[in-house]
Design a protein around this ligand. Structure first.
Ligand code: ADP
Ligand code: MG
Length: 594
């Protein structure tokens, strides 16, 4: 007889495996514990972390506490005071209800609890480690609950390996705390990381106060209130004026019944509402609270992933989009919509395909290949290969000899220049051509170290989120080396005192914000190269926007500069700068020849 090979797993192993679902990283611990504090009716919640939560996380609240007889049960799987039966699932409005957080967290970390209910004289101290109770004793503590979690994943090294740096994990926690604080403006939140206070909301119950305390003065002064009363749902909250659009969706927070959720449907509807106010790479701020008739939304699809499911999606989409557009178009706001941030859409080559990208992916993915190669491959994606080849073969157009024989015929649609040369008509996109020339000039001046620094007065204030602060500090030496001067201003604000000298037409604020929002670590890639490329790209776009009337002389000069470049035929993003039409094609179309 052979040995049996199938065995039941012991409870500790089962818990560890299950914990993986609830506790993915320190930020999920914070989310679960703070949600418990909110459910416990706390009006003050403090969150303290060390080393991005990897070393320790301490959550304290002044909520209703846990009674002596409930303490042990609270740590058992599927132990909850919030749900008695499956029937209640559909009417649930508390945050947790699966009874898994405490058991999961205690399965993968060392956990300590101090708690007291108002009607008991003394509170309790409970320590649970490695699946074992180490202490359960009386202790004099204030009303409420403190949970102290240390050494997350100490007993599951495989999971620990997947964690990122303390800085990054800390920024995820900051993100979670910000959203929890937004979702409950009536609760005072305090977040301390490595003994430094990162956030403090006052719990005034006014959403605008919470936004001010979280995002700062500048952002909170650029908001439009949005209220929607549709027949099966309502929306309350704020959307940002287009001037504060960002390069990612970090400033979008949606809440259903005060619970933070993620929803592509809602994001996209709102972004479409901003049509005409937004560039391809930009996303508006939106902090919105939804309340749906209960049969419309299922919030229990995947609570820890914050997913929800809607009925009547199409209607929700259309109403949101329309209301956002109406709000932006309201007369009294027209001034502040600032035409100056209007994108020059014609020079922004990547559009439709970007909108379908998942939100965590970088929205601007310009790589670091030599741009000719990239340009070619992008162009090939768009054009039929055969067509492209013939075009390449047929152009001799940009040689010094050829230039002398150009005949500039004129400008069409304020954008395209028509040039005749050697049995062909060339149509040149003036913006693409200009952008290409500027880009090359800017790149050259960076690399020739001809950058100077130009003071700006008054300095420009940047209000940043945790993620952006991290990136800014990481890029600071490089930014300084090309002429920026940026100083810490207190709280989450920085002040830009100087910009690179040749960025004449530039709006340094939107450029820096775009840089921070779209920055993404690319392994060994040279930061200088990445920044310079981005700065150059953005500055070139800025430089030519709105300038539609080119004189013959300007066009002639531009062509003269263009021809000196290695690849005059594509703009830095791979769009063609020119296309051609042969006399032969014209004659064929007019049936002069067959
Ligand atoms: P769930 O929140 O899904 O019920 P948890 O494992 O997160 O499950 O918590 C188990 C129980 O412990 C909760 O139902 C609640 O009764 C109690 N509890 C947890 N945290 C707190 C707290 N901060 N204050 C009061 N009670 C708490
Ligand atoms: Mg819970």
């Amino acid at each position: 007889m052979s040995e049996p090979i199938i065995r039941l797993l012991d409870q500790q192993t089962i818990d560890k495996i299950a914990a993986g679902e609830v506790v993915e990283r320190p930020a999920s611990v914070v989310k679960e514990l703070v949600e418990n504090s909110i459910d416990a009716g706390a009006s003050i919640i403090s969150i303290e972390i060390e080393d991005g939560g990897l070393k320790s996380i301490r959550i304290s609240d002044n909520g209703k506490g846990i009674g002596k007889e409930d303490i042990r049960t609270a740590f058992l799987r599927h132990a909850t005071s919030k749900l008695r039966s499956a029937e209640e699932l559909s009417s649930i409005y508390t945050l947790g209800f699966r009874g898994e957080a405490l058991s999961s967290i205690s399965a993968v970390s060392m956990i300590e609890l101090m708690t007291k209910t108002p009607d008991e004289m003394l509170g309790y101290h409970y320590v649970f480690e490695g699946g074992r109770e180490l202490e359960f004793s009386e202790m004099g503590v204030p009303d409420g609950t403190t949970i102290f979690v240390r050494n997350i994943f100490y007993n599951t090294p495989a999971r620990k390996k997947f964690l990122k740096s303390a800085m990054t994990e800390g920024s995820y926690i900051a993100d979670v705390v910000e959203r929890l604080a937004l979702s409950h403006p009536e609760i005072a939140f305090r977040f301390i990381s490595d003994k430094r206070e990162k956030l403090h909301t006052l719990g005034t119950a006014r959403l605008l106060d919470a936004i001010y305390q979280i995002y700062g003065r500048e952002i909170s002064s650029q908001l439009l209130e949005l209220n929607i009363d549709a027949d099966f749902f309502t929306v309350r909250g704020y959307i940002g004026k287009p001037i504060i659009n960002r390069g990612n969706r970090a400033y979008q927070s949606f809440f259903v019944e005060n619970r933070y959720i993620k929803s592509k449907l809602i994001s996209q509807a709102i972004e479409e509402g901003y049509q005409g106010y937004i560039m391809g790479h930009q996303y508006p701020l939106a902090i919105l609270f939804f309340s749906f008739d209960s049969e419309i939304v299922d919030v229990n699809v995947h609570p820890s992933k914050m997913e929800v499911r809607f009925e009547r999606e199409r209607e929700i989409f259309d109403i949101l989009k329309k209301e956002v557009a109406l709000r932006l178009n309201r007369r009294e706001d027209i001034n502040s919509v600032e035409i100056k941030v209007q994108p020059d859409i014609s020079v922004n080559p990547v559009s439709a395909e970007d909108e379908t990208k998942p939100e965590n992916e970088p929205v601007n993915e310009r790589g670091f290949e030599p741009f000719e190669e990239k340009a070619l491959s992008q162009a090939q994606d768009k054009a039929e290969p055969a067509e492209l080849e013939t075009k390449y073969e047929q152009i001799t157009f940009m040689t010094p000899e050829a230039i002398k024989h150009h005949r500039i015929i004129g400008q069409a649609f304020d954008t395209y220049w028509i040039v005749e040369y050697d049995e062909k008509l060339y149509i040149i996109d003036q913006h693409a051509a200009h952008e290409k020339v500027l880009y090359e000039e800017t790149m050259r001046s960076f690399y020739d170290r001809q950058m100077t620094s130009q003071l700006i007065s008054p300095g420009i204030l940047l209000s940043l989120n945790e993620q952006e602060i991290l990136i800014l500090n990481e890029l600071m030496p490089t930014l300084e080396s090309i002429g920026f001067e940026i100083e810490y201003f207190g709280q989450k604000e920085y002040i830009v005192n100087a910009v690179p000298g040749n960025m004449y037409h530039l709006d340094p604020k939107s450029m820096l914000m775009e840089l921070l929002d779209t920055y993404e670590k690319k392994g060994s890639v040279d930061k200088l190269e990445m920044i310079v490329d981005k700065v150059a790209t953005i500055s070139c776009k800025a430089a030519i926007k709105g300038n539609n009337r080119y004189s013959y002389a300007e066009m002639d000069e531009l062509l003269g500069k263009l021809f000196l470049l290695d690849n005059p035929y594509h703009c830095p993003h791979g769009r063609p700068t020119m296309i051609s039409f042969s006399k032969y094609e014209l004659e064929k179309n007019f049936m002069r020849i067959v």
